[in-house]
Design a protein around this ligand. Sequence first.
Ligand SMILES: [Zn+2]
Length: 558
Amino acid sequence: MPLLKRLLAWFQPDTSRPLTQAWLAALWMGLAANWPLWQQLHALPEISGTRGLVFIVAFAGMVTAATGALLSLLAWPRLIKALLAVLLLSAGALAYFIGSYGIVFDPTMVVNMVQTDVRETRDLLSWRLLLSVLLLGALPAWWLLRRPAAPRQAFAKRLGGNVAAFGLGLVAMVLLALSVFADLSSTMRNYKTLRYMVTPLNAVYSISSAALRGQAAPSGPPAVIGADAHLLPRAEGSKPPLLLLVVGETARAMNFSLNGYERPTNPELAKLPVLSLRQVTSCGTSTAASLPCMFSPLGRAAFGDVKGTQENLLDVLQRAGLAVLWLDNQSGCKGLCDRVPNSSTAKLPEGAAPLPAGLCDGEECFDESLLHELDKRIAALDPERVRRGLVLVMHQMGSHGPAYFKRSPPDLKPFQPECKSNALQQCAREQVVNGYDNTIVTTDRLLARSIAWLQTQRGRFDAGMFYVSDHGESLGENGLYLHGMPYAMAPSEQTHVPMLLWVPEGGGLAASLKPGCLQALRDKPASHDNLFHTAMGWVGARADVYKPEWDLLAGCRS
Ligand SMILES: [Zn+2]
């Protein structure tokens, strides 16, 4: 009874065969590791009732068939087990992040991950992540690794079997797609991010795409911009400019009481003559995407088309003759400060007093450590340049999540109780918001104290402050947490950022502006596109790349 035997064999597959292992893993990942995707699809209003159920089942079949088809080509003894183990573990981790935070795993996310440092990654670890990796990844991987060695088979025969399985997988995928084509095409058109939720294909696609992009970038020094950079002559008797440029982190505009938020998150700045611009949008939704774009003269629309790297605002200011210092309290400047003096809060200047107790725990510092011994840091710069003017950039840790509770010092937590877990979805939303708002209060105090320090410099400099955050944050709105959504689909919580200006009365800059003109900027739309040009105009620097129409202050100069 060869037929019956064959049928039975089909139901009891020989799990030592690489091809069988590939398809079992595809089935497991397609169905189990993609639970966040099935949950998300199920929640869509368009997908309901029996028709919706049929769609989800067909979609799951498509994911399984596509994964199985690709894995078939790689189903070779020795290779397949190791490959599947890595994929299963990754799928377990991805299921956790997609399911918990609603993140999507696109190429930008890969760049973010590579550029994030260890302490930030540690914030993301939790017991639930471990559980997800164990159940969805380690358990099936362990089972797989214990399968007996693959039976011997001629190369040609195995190749033929693999190619046939690949073809069958593709055919199955196409047939399933056609069977629900109407729903499929409209869903994929309306919810483009869904494709980045398909595990593990999202990881394979995004990692290879990010790697290819990295390969494509020409190496070597960045292209020169603003080669003609120079300073405008300063009026007789005027002081050199000191611009403190504070690069915020993960602060969203709507949680600033200066912008109308109902909770008092800006108690210190509210007492100061600070102008808050209320309609500012970011260039990206992650640090890696925003920072290079913010410091470029090109603006968001043109920045993506640049091939290779270009110099940035800091290079141009330095070429104009000014002193520049980048001071970091985060994971670095993403290459922006490579050619200018730079330091970090953990690296103290020579002869500096040690950091006051409680500011740093040995691994991470509160943002207030940015203000420690600033005078000594300035004294270490080229005095010739400092006499012409100084641009000091402070890069905050700000509101970096998900461990918001780690970003505010113990004496600065007015909103209670706050979420003490890295797994935000384990906390009540209210606690997440409390923890986040405490980070905004911390930034509020940092900026107020920065202004107090700038006041002490006014005998020597014409001091001012310009603050803007790199991107916003989702705090559970529509089930989304954190940031990094593809820009076109990102909610405004992730792209609407705070921007503050402090231009003190009696200073040279204030005197050069039409009275009351600055206030009119408050509700005018602005964006990261304005940063380069506003900073250039602020310190009296000019170059061919400077566009006065993007300089927020240009229209106010008398
Ligand atoms: Zn950021």
